[in-house]
Design a protein around this ligand. Structure first.
Ligand code: ZN
Length: 875
């Protein structure tokens, strides 16, 4: 079944209030739903009431207190139809269903994880609990009563505020929760179990006191202190930056160990993958700390962008996700280093969204059709969606953007809104016409902008010839011209931005060229000397750039651009171009050779004390095989990419050996440990240097020492990666893998890192490594985190292993995806996207990848989730 945006129609019926009573038991949970159903104003007659279900068993059905005759309704597992609802148009519908949380391996609806009952209802999981109008534009006030055995579940949580609790017979007890804010069913949540609690409180800007609770496995309370701190910082920040205040008496977060995604913003009761809550220096890396901070903030920020204002339908998913990602990006930028954060965001966007946008799974930020909505929780909706909001701010300026946001909250609080509603507030506050800009929501594909510059010394004119094009994507062969805000600078030989007397050929304001036509010839006058052009500063638009620019200009910008992002970009582009040349050399049977200037520039950047260590670390990270492959675009042989990249690593290390060693030694791990951004930046730089130095003779000893001396997980995991990847088989590597395993075998989240590091072992042997790790006692095919760390890493982050020339990587992959699919279609479908770039491989691998896709597509009884991905990937 295909769902289309243009088919949206408001529901004939509304459900203004919902009462739910759960009597919890692992295999036989009963759910009694008492719904107030109301015909929507203006609907004529008494049309049938059709409720969504998914795998439900109906036990009881009453309307206004009277049992319904079997002839009056039709109940299947997936639907409940009441053909002739009361003509009055307002009635009470009582439904009793029975479900088995312990058998729910799809982890949608109500399930049990480690003995804890929990729910995941977005997008369409609520219909696995009871029959309902399970669509986001049906807003209802929920009152939830949870009953359970006290010994099994002393803790009973749901959305909103607690209003009552007490004992029942036979060791049972109950709690009642009421959420005064009307909400869609996807935001419903329930948690029941035996968990430890970390408590705190927060006083909002207007003086309301909010009780905060984070619930984790007993004994792990200490590991939630960082998350709690991040939560309080998020709450304050949202008040200060967006004027958004929290609105209930309590705010709870629960960490569970089986979770399909990162976390979920259920009103007043966020549920998290425990990976994004639990952390201390011993078990979490600096990346983990940063992710926890970002995701805690993200889910909290949804309280306004997502919950108070929700989506009319799932086509509008980016309305809440793109916007909330933008908000969490800004939060992290304010808490940490803005420049470093921006570089990290762009790296993520290019690594995940660009291949999506440039391959068979491309779709607009606001899609127009879907078969399975779960497959649209994508980098395009989230990350590109955030970039689109960022461009609105760039175009309007920070002040008008904030006014637009204020108007959005004022105008749409309590609504299920659309992207058109969102754009309208910015048009209204600014008076600007955003209709061309709106194409960013409607049109898929990464625009390319080609630029060349020329200087006329005699006339003092500098000219930029700029052309945009948007490549065709599936089902969109012809693209319209976009409004692209291109931030730029004309950099003089001292590194300062030049002033110009006048400009013609495009709207240019506040350092931004607004491209609206296919081609602009932009002339700057009053430019005496030839500038170096810095383009797409701060990554002002999510595009690819083709700029005719000399290596000298790039190297100059890498050292002198006043925009930190562009400095990083200039050096990164130099590295990428170098690696593409190296790839061609390797394919031609020649040893790659490198420009001595470039090799030295790496040393200059590494030791430039005016730059933050975290920035230097990011600059020194060579583009990965997938990054280089994306730039080349076709006929990819990952082994040749890797050979070129290893050669460059070695050459950089050899050229800068002394400088790198001295710097490495000077960065000795600071004690006591602090997860703050500056300390993390020093660790990142030191660990990048380790990676280089370990490529030199004697490097294995250095890595072994680094591992042995590590006093935190960041350093330990970094050393383990270097040993396991570059020095596999050495005594140091073998010992380190064994000691890490012995030390952490009881800690599932740390074991994920152990699996992940080994799953990314480069080269042909990775297939056997992964196969044998699947037999490891700590591996479990039903736990999403384990599957992602071993299989997800192998398929998405190990180019040479996964794309092994003989196809053995694909075989392992097909077997596993199909095994996962039987339990959890959503996780399987996500894994399967790893093959989306198969058409860019060289012909031999391409044929084998296609075979793998065909094997999956011809498997009988494929889930809608997996079938959708496979078919689009093959199309
Ligand atoms: Zn979200």
């Amino acid at each position: 079944q295909v769902f289309r945006l243009e088919d949206y129609r408001p529901s004939d019926y509304l459900i203004p209030s919902t009462g739910l009573t759960f009597r919890l038991s692992p295999d036989e949970t009963t759910v009694v739903a008492e719904l107030t159903v109301e015909r929507r104003n203006g609907v004529k007659g008494a049309p049938s009431l059709i409720l969504d279900g998914d795998g439900l068993v109906l036990r009881r059905i009453e309307i206004d207190g009277k049992t319904l005759e079997p002839s009056a309704y039709q109940a299947s597992a997936d639907q409940l139809v009441i053909a002739n609802p009361p003509a009055s148009g307002r009635f009470k519908l009582l439904l009793e269903t029975q479900i088995a949380p312990s058998k729910n391996e799809a982890l949608m609806g109500l399930y049990r994880s480690n003995g804890v009952y929990c729910t995941q209802c977005e997008a369409e999981g609520f219909r696995r609990i009871t029959y309902f109008l399970d669509r986001p534009d049906i807003l209802s006030v929920y009152t939830v009563r949870v009953e359970a055995r006290r010994d099994e579940a002393p803790l009973l949580l749901s959305n909103g505020n607690p209003i009552e609790s007490g004992d029942l017979e036979d060791g049972w007890h109950y709690a009642v929760w009421h959420d005064p804010f009307p909400k869609p069913s996807y935001l419903f949540a329930l948690v029941a179990g035996d968990l430890g609690r970390v408590g705190d409180s927060f006083v909002t800007a207007s003086g309301r006191s909010v009780e905060l609770g984070i619930y984790v496995e007993h004994g792990k309370e200490r590991l939630a202190t960082y998350a709690m701190d991040a939560l309080k910082r998020s709450m304050r920040w949202d008040e200060e930056v967006f004027g958004c205040e929290y609105d209930l008496d309590v705010f709870n977060i629960v960490a569970v160990s089986d979770f399909n995604m990162g976390a979920m913003e259920n009103k007043g009761l966020n549920i998290f993958n425990d990976k994004y809550v639990l952390a201390d220096e011993e078990t979490a890396t600096d990346t983990d700390f940063a992710n926890i901070e970002a995701i805690i903030a993200h889910e909290y920020f949804h309280n306004w962008t997502g919950n108070r204002i929700t989506c009319r339908d799932w086509f509008q998913l980016c309305l809440k996700e793109g916007l909330t990602v933008f908000r969490d990006h800004e939060f992290s930028a304010d808490q940490r280093s803005r420049a470093v954060k921006r570089i990290a965001e762009v790296r993520t966007l290019r690594a995940h969204q660009f291949p999506e946008d440039q391959g068979p799974l491309a779709h607009p930020v606001r899609p127009r059709r879907y078969r399975e909505i779960n497959n649209f929780y994508t980098a395009t909706v989230y990350e590109k969606g955030s970039e689109v909001v960022r461009m609105i701010r760039t175009i309007l300026g920070a002040k008008a953007f904030r006014e637009g946001m204020d108007l959005y909250f004022e105008r749409h609080d309590g609504d299920a809104a659309t992207i058109e509603d969102f754009l309208k507030v910015f048009e209204d506050v600014s008076g600007q016409d955003l209709s061309q800009f709106a194409l960013w929501y409607h049109q898929a594909g990464t625009p390319n902008v080609t630029v060349s510059g020329s200087h006329n010394a005699a006339s003092g004119e500098f000219t930029l010839e700029i052309e945009q094009s948007v490549p065709p994507t599936p089902s969109e062969s012809r693209k319209r011209l976009m409004h692209i805000p291109l931030a730029f600078g004309l950099v003089d030989p001292d590194g300062k931005d030049m002033a110009y007397a006048d400009v013609e050929g495009a709207d240019v304001a506040d350092g931004v060229i607004h491209l609206r036509k296919r081609r602009h010839v932009v002339k700057f006058s009053g430019i005496a000397e030839r500038p170096s052009v810095s383009l797409n500063r701060g990554f002002s638009a999510p595009i690819t750039l083709s700029v005719a620019q000399s290596a000298e200009d790039r190297a100059f910008l890498a050292r002198h651009d006043s925009d930190a992002f562009s400095r990083w970009q200039a050096f990164n582009t130099l590295l990428t171009e170098t690696l593409i040349t190296a790839f061609r050399s390797v394919l031609g049977g020649k040893a790659p050779d490198f420009s001595p200037e470039l090799l030295k520039l790496a040393g200059t950047i590494a030791t430039d004390e005016t730059l933050e260590p975290a920035f230097r670390a990011l600059a020194l990270m060579l583009p990965g095989e997938a990054d280089i492959a994306r730039e080349i675009g076709n006929n990819i042989d990952p082994d040749a990419l890797r050979a070129g990249r290893e050669a460059l690593t070695f050459a950089v290390a050899k050229t800068n050996r002394e400088a790198f060693s001295a710097l490495y030694a000077s960065l000795n791990a600071a004690r006591p440990f602090s997860p703050d951004a500056a300390s993390a930046g020093k660790r990142a730089l030191r660990n990048v240097l380790l990676d280089y130095l370990s490529a030199l003779p004697g490097g294995v000893g250095l890595a072994g020492d680094h591992f042995a001396a590590a006093t935190n997980m960041t350093d330990r995991a970094a050393a383990l990666s270097v040993l396991a990847h570059r020095h596999r088989g050495s005594q140091q590597a073998t010992d380190a893998l064994a000691s890490f395993e012995a030390r952490y075998c009881k800690d599932a989240l740390v074991m994920d890192k152990w699996f992940q590091i080994q799953a990314s072992t480069p080269g042909a042997e990775a297939v056997d490594i992964v196969r044998s790790l699947m037999e490891h006692p700590a591996f479990s095919i039903s736990n999403p985190n384990r599957v992602r760390s071993l299989i997800g890493t192998f398929a998405s982050a190990n180019q040479t292993g996964f794309h092994r020339a003989d196809g053995a990587g694909y075989q392992l992959f097909v077997d596993t995806v199909l095994a996962v699919e039987k339990r959890n279609p959503q996780v399987a479908a996500r894994l399967a996207t790893a093959l989306r770039s198969w058409r860019s491989l060289e012909p031999g691998r391409q044929a084998k990848a296609r075979e793998a896709l065909l094997t999956m597509s011809s498997t009988p009884n494929l889930s809608a989730d997996l079938r959708d991905i496979i078919e689009r990937t093959l199309a």
